[in-house]
Design a protein around this ligand. Structure first.
Ligand code: GLC
Length: 505
């Protein structure tokens, strides 16, 4: 465990006294720190003293560590983050197999544990023991881990100013390995990444296989981070070009095909189907009958959002909070779309925030859908856990998005709401019911990313100028890139060129 440092009760940046909730949160966050060979390297997912069966919650998760890292960085404590980045980097090229099959080399683990192994009768050695999905429930590879690693590396560099770190040969190689894995050619026709169900924060079957928005928005921001951090030498030239082309194609694809608002839903409602041609309007052959009943009444006049997933003849109309918020943060969505998403969140506050920010997905899968899509998962019953539960950790991403769009009041409202309950309820992992009224059925208490998400949100609100180091503005150059060359041939028209005018910048 890490000792000392900070936590004295006075918030240095604002010179105000910390609240009881903040004091406790800092104490708990520090207690969750794990050391490796005497150095702090991460935080445990949960430290619930009442939990007799912690499963893998006693491990350091890559995605869970991000808000912890930001809390430490904003407090001026970069060491733990640096150690985390360098140690997880070593795990990247670990030999990993599931039933004699090995995934790609750049894969980052979902989590790791520190084990003590005996060397002889008297001596012990500490080893890092990663889980790439070969022990995780469901055996799913965590696609988001590598993306979060790149995003965190850039945040570390921006906040500490330690640029030497990203220039190290091993760090540059790490970035390239992750990129190679994400950018490798496959059978896919889309610029978005194709993944299996449960490959991100929602790590159980929830019907998000294919091209889920969360992965696409993390992919987009990781590409933007990597482009900034890759050394500008001959060796990286082609990779940077590939990254730029992918960024451009990805943002076009998502902005054009994932966006819905009242106008777009009405268009889909009147879609013709079975259009066989390159000029088809209904490119993915979406049957209008697919528009769910709840959506017709739910979509407000003002506002819109990115759907959860797009596949042939399938649009997943559920609202996934992290994917939408991270699209705002990374500028995957246009400035106008960013504001529209926040308008929707504001007008649907009771559904998406209710008693506890924020609902992970809206609405929940029920009855037959729940049975077929989740595989009758008793943890993911309607309005619980991943299936419409409320996850306070999402507060920090929401706060960041609100600060970026100049809507601080919205973030404050959410933080105030969370602050009151989280402290009293002992920092639960998630809340259940339609309005987030109850502590989750199987929720851990003293969940670290709940605690860290709250602290990070508070610090971002106190120092909004620091927030600007963690989000991206629109990149206008990207909108100009198009590599298909069709517009010049005259025979066929480049679909992107033709649609450009519709993409509201
Ligand atoms: C659960 C969550 C996952 C999280 C892990 C540790 O498996 O679904 O997102 O990383 O717990 O907190």
């Amino acid at each position: 465990m890490q000792g000392g440092g900070g936590g004295g009760g006075l918030d240095e940046a604002s010179c105000r006294t910390e609240t009881e909730a903040e004091k406790e949160a800092w104490r708990l966050l520090r207690e969750s720190v794990v050391t490796y060979c005497g150095n702090p390297v991460g935080t445990l997912a949960a430290c619930d003293p009442g939990d007799k069966n912690p499963l893998n919650y006693d491990q350091v998760f890559i995605r869970d560590f991000v808000p912890s890292a930001l809390a430490f960085l904003l407090k001026g404590e970069g060491e733990i983050v640096r150690n985390f980045l360098l140690h997880t980097l070593q795990l990247q090229s670990w030999e990993k197999t599931v039933d004699c099959y090995s995934p790609g080399q750049g894969l980052m683990p979902a989590s790791f544990k520190i084990r003590t192994v005996p060397l002889d009768d008297t001596k012990f050695e500490e080893v890092l023991d990663p889980d790439f999905g070969e022990s995780a429930i469901g055996r799913v590879a965590p696609v988001d881990s590598g993306l979060w690693w790149i995003i965190l590396l850039r945040a570390y560099t921006k906040i500490t100013g330690d640029y030497e770190m990203q220039e190290r040969v091993d760090v540059q190689t790490g970035i390239k390995l992750i990129l190679n894995l994400c950018l490798s050619d496959g059978f896919d026709m889309f610029p978005s990444i194709l993944v299996t169900d449960g490959s991100c924060m929602i790590d159980r079957r929830m019907g998000i296989h294919g091209h889920p928005l969360e992965i696409q928005s993390l992919f987009y921001s990781a590409l933007r981070c990597a482009r900034e951090m890759l050394a500008s030498d001959e060796g990286s030239k082609n990779l940077v070009k590939t990254v730029n082309n992918r960024l451009s194609a990805l943002s076009f694809h998502i902005r054009q095909y994932y966006w819905i608002d009242m106008k777009k839903i009405n268009e889909i409602y009147r879609y013709k189907t079975e259009e066989y041609s390159t000029e088809a309007i209904n490119k993915f052959n979406i049957y209008p009958e697919q528009i769910p009943y709840w959506l017709m009444d739910w979509i407000p006049e003002e506002g819109g959002y990115m759907i959860g997933n797009l596949q042939p003849a399938h649009m997943d109309f559920r609202f996934f909070t992290l994917g939408n918020i991270w699209s705002i943060v990374s500028s995957l969505t246009t400035p106008k779309q960013n504001n529209s998403i926040l308008n929707l969140l504001e007008s649907k506050w009771d559904d998406l925030v209710g008693n506890m920010p924020l609902k992970i997905v809206y609405p929940a899968l029920e009855k037959e859908e729940w049975r077929i899509i989740t595989g009758s998962d008793p943890k993911n019953t309607p309005w619980s856990y991943h299936n419409g539960g409320s996850w306070p950790t999402l507060l920090w991403q929401f706060t960041l998005a609100c600060i970026k769009m100049g809507r601080i009041e919205l973030a404050r409202k959410a933080v105030d709401l969370a602050e009151k309950r989280l402290y009293a309820d002992h920092w639960p992992e998630y809340y259940d019911t339609r309005s987030g009224k109850f502590i989750g059925k199987q929720s851990r208490q003293y969940q670290t990313w709940t605690i860290a998400g709250y602290l990070t949100s508070k610090m971002l609100l106190e120092n909004p100028e620091k927030a600007s180091l963690l989000y991206w503005e629109e990149d206008y150059d990207l909108l100009e890139i198009c590599v298909c060359g069709l517009s010049k041939t005259g025979r066929k028209v480049c679909a992107r060129g033709a649609a450009k005018s519709q993409i509201l910048v």
